[in-house]
Ligand binder design. Structure first.
Ligand SMILES: [Zn+2]
Length: 265
């Protein structure tokens, strides 16, 4: 199928194409364990992630820069109070937008083509990517609104870590760069245009080191082969027994010991 802004997130598109968020659903990132069964349930439409206020604030800022804020506001009446004013969280989103718009460099990185879709074959799978800001021949930029940009996340066996690697944004950078290269022949640098939701919003343009992207890509092939087999129903998915999907669908079989309660992250 040909992907458009209208069908990009459809069930059909998710079945036919692999995306970075699907990949992370299957394989996880440092900060979140993957769950094959939940990933498949999401693709089938049996499971939908809860839309939290925190996610919606990010989407609000995204929609502003895409130029689709009117549509977003119409689709999410819950962001307004009964008297028709924006709820506090979304006034915060407005504050973040105003802070970003005061910064020339940030706006330069966000000045590319918005929500540009590319598809391409990588490791035997058809991928879809959607770029927040694409400046052909110059760079790819992804807008992220985070709780904090400087908070160090703890990962077992690794120690403290920046939000970029903790949430697997290096994986996103690697795939986006490669799919753009396959389409255009240009290997472009990848930047995260980041803003925080703190009382005083913080902003940064963060370049993802090329070695990180190279490392990510070189470790993906086996995982992608497995995801293809899972999506084709050739092998059975493994349950993580930790996520909301596994909690909802679990059937107790026997008692456990306390040391089995602590997971890998
Ligand atoms: Zn699970």
């Amino acid at each position: 199928m040909i992907l458009t802004q209208e069908n990009y997130y459809s069930k059909e598109a998710n079945e036919e194409y692999l995306s970075v968020s699907q990949y992370k659903d299957f394989c996880g990132s440092v900060g979140r364990l993957g769950c094959e069964e939940q990933a498949l349930a999401k693709i089938r439409g049996d499971y939908e992630m809860e839309t939290t206020t925190s996610l919606l604030v990010g989407s609000y800022v995204d929609a502003h820069f895409e130029g689709t804020l009117n549509i977003f506001q119409a689709q999410h009446p819950e962001i307004f109070t009964k008297s028709g004013t924006l709820k506090a969280e979304y006034r915060k989103a407005e504050e973040i937008i105003n802070r970003i718009e005061k910064d020339e460099l940030f706006m330069k990185f966000m000045s590319g083509e918005k929500q540009k879709i590319f598809t391409g074959e990588l490791f035997g799978a058809k991928w879809k990517v959607k770029l927040d800001s694409y400046l052909p021949g110059i760079c790819i930029t992804d807008l992220k609104v985070m709780k904090s940009l400087r908070e160090a996340h703890y990962a077992r066996d690794i120690g403290l870590m920046d939000f970029v690697r903790y949430w697997g944004y290096d994986i996103q950078a690697a795939v986006y760069q490669e799919i753009v290269r396959i389409n255009t022949g240009e290997k472009l640098p990848f930047f995260i245009a980041a803003a925080s939701k703190e009382k005083e919003p913080d902003i940064e343009i963060i370049q993802i080191p090329q070695e990180w992207m190279d490392d990510c890509l070189s470790g993906m092939e086996m995982n992608v082969k497995k995801i293809i087999a899972l999506k084709d129903g050739e092998i059975d998915p493994i349950r993580c027994e930790m996520c909301d999907w596994c909690k909802r669908t679990k059937v107790l079989k026997n008692p456990i010991y306390p040391d089995m309660l602590i997971g890998e992250i």
